[in-house]
Design a protein around this ligand. Structure first.
Ligand code: GLA
Length: 436
């Protein structure tokens, strides 16, 4: 299990055959980008403030089958959405951040509604590459497919899609781009092209992760490392990865991050807290980011924050500590301790960051008492989507049926809206994004 279990041969054959059919090219010419989804066990909602985060990928994600075009044309179809995206790589792409996100029909004067919303990531990738000074001459003909039922789940499918397009354009244009540059390009897609004020957690996880390791990223300095658990066997820590499984527990709530003002509002609250703390300590010249506030300064001046800002700041400072402690627990293979920190992080998201919603909080509460679960928390932005849990591999099935039963009792309607009623999916850790 693990690294080699995704994608399956049949998934790869399906996508290659489809791309060969749509482009009229030989199936052997088709390249495939694997762009995995990510989870963030510790370090939620602190990336946009320059905090230190931990992440790993799972063995599910986005597949983008493509062939380089013989000209500048981009033609993309989707396994999930109707319509076809068409544009030329020599068109200059302009940011979309003036769009009213909850009305995709306004996002583009032409094409279907579906085309408008999902095509933006391909255009955003071109925007980022153009902004980075790259000469993109060749387009792509491709088919993009997400894992069934996992979009809008808080597993960062949007960053996985953005990264997939970046890698496909780079491959078609023979560009060698290192992961750090692609992290920045994906930031341009999300922050500038789409107008979401998020941090670099998602794409860092997708681009840097390695099977068996916990990826650690300091979002202020951009320094990163892979933390290996004990008993390493060359590149892969087989033993550690066999000890746990990752549970994805779906709430059935689906709403795109960009339609929810909660995310950007929380970012603004953190910045306001940082501004007040920096001012109180005579550091008003620094950027209003909580990572620019020393923890001693926070302790001394936190009484100056109003109750809401105080909670946001408390989340930031306590979460940073949990990440550092969590890296030690991971490095020593202590899943019990690692799990306790994850659940404490989940509680801080509920009480201090206040980003949950009733169904997600219920799921969290069910997960932390499920058999064999080391720890659980919301995934991603945490307003919708899923919760993640680390669970003893031998008890994963028991935990999954417990969660399904309990959640269905509390939220029958939402539970029935999950992918074919599959409230829980059991996954393994994954690897980084790549082209095969
Ligand atoms: C979303 C954002 C990330 C990060 C997480 C919360 O996934 O895209 O930048 O803030 O939420 O940790």
């Amino acid at each position: 299990m693990g690294e080699m279990s995704w994608p399956s041969e049949s998934e790869l054959n399906f996508i290659k055959t489809k791309v060969a059919e749509m482009s009229g090219r030989d199936v052997r010419e088709v390249r495939v980008v694997l762009s995995p989804y990510r989870i963030c066990p510790l370090g939620a909602h602190i990336d946009h403030q320059g905090g230190t985060v931990s992440a790993l990928t799972i063995n599910k994600g986005i597949l983008l089958g493509f062939v380089p075009s013989n000209d500048s044309q981009v033609v993309i179809q989707s396994g999930q959405f109707r319509g076809e995206v068409r544009f030329c790589v020599d068109e200059t792409q302009l940011p979309k951040n003036a769009i009213k996100w909850n009305n995709p029909a306004q996002s583009n004067g032409s094409g279907s509604v579906e085309e408008c919303s999902w095509g933006n990531y391909a255009r955003g990738a071109l925007y980022a590459l153009q902004k980075g000074g790259n000469h993109i001459k060749w387009g792509i003909a491709g088919l993009i497919c997400g894992a069934e039922g996992l979009d809008s789940s808080g597993l960062s499918s949007s960053a996985a899609v953005g990264v997939a397009y970046l890698l496909a354009f780079e491959s078609s244009n023979n560009l060698t781009v290192d992961p750090e540059e692609n992290i920045e390009y994906d930031r341009l897609i999300e922050n500038e092209y789409l107008g979401l004020k998020n941090g670099i957690l998602d794409q860092s996880a997708i681009l840097l992760s390695s099977y068996g390791c916990l990826t650690c990223m300091n979002c202020k300095t951009k320094e990163h490392k892979l933390v290996r658990a004990p008993d390493m066997n060359s590149r892969c820590n087989i033993r550690m990865n066999k000890k746990f499984k990752i549970l994805l527990a779906f709430s059935g709530l689906k709403q795109a991050l960009t339609t929810n003002p909660g995310y950007n509002r929380r970012v603004a609250e953190c910045q306001e807290a940082a501004r007040i703390l920096l001012q109180a300590s005579g550091n008003e010249g620094l950027d209003p980011l909580l990572s620019n506030v020393e923890s001693e300064v926070y302790e001394e001046h936190k009484c100056k924050l109003d109750p809401i800002l105080a909670k946001r700041a408390e989340h930031y400072f306590s979460e940073n500590k949990r990440v550092l402690n969590g890296l030690d627990s991971w490095a020593s293979g202590n899943l019990e301790e690692f799990g306790k920190l994850i659940s404490a992080s989940g509680l801080s998201s509920i009480e201090n960051y206040e980003c949950g919603s009733e169904p997600l909080i219920q799921l969290y509460e069910i997960l932390v008492k499920a058999p064999g679960v080391y720890g659980a928390r919301f995934s991603g932005a945490g307003f919708r989507g899923c919760c993640i849990a680390f669970v003893d591999a031998n008890r994963a099935l028991d935990a999954a049926s417990f969660v399904k039963k309990e959640y269905t009792m509390l939220q029958p309607k939402l539970a029935s809206q999950t992918n074919e009623g599959n409230v829980v999916l059991i996954c393994d850790a994954g690897d980084c994004a790549r082209v095969i």
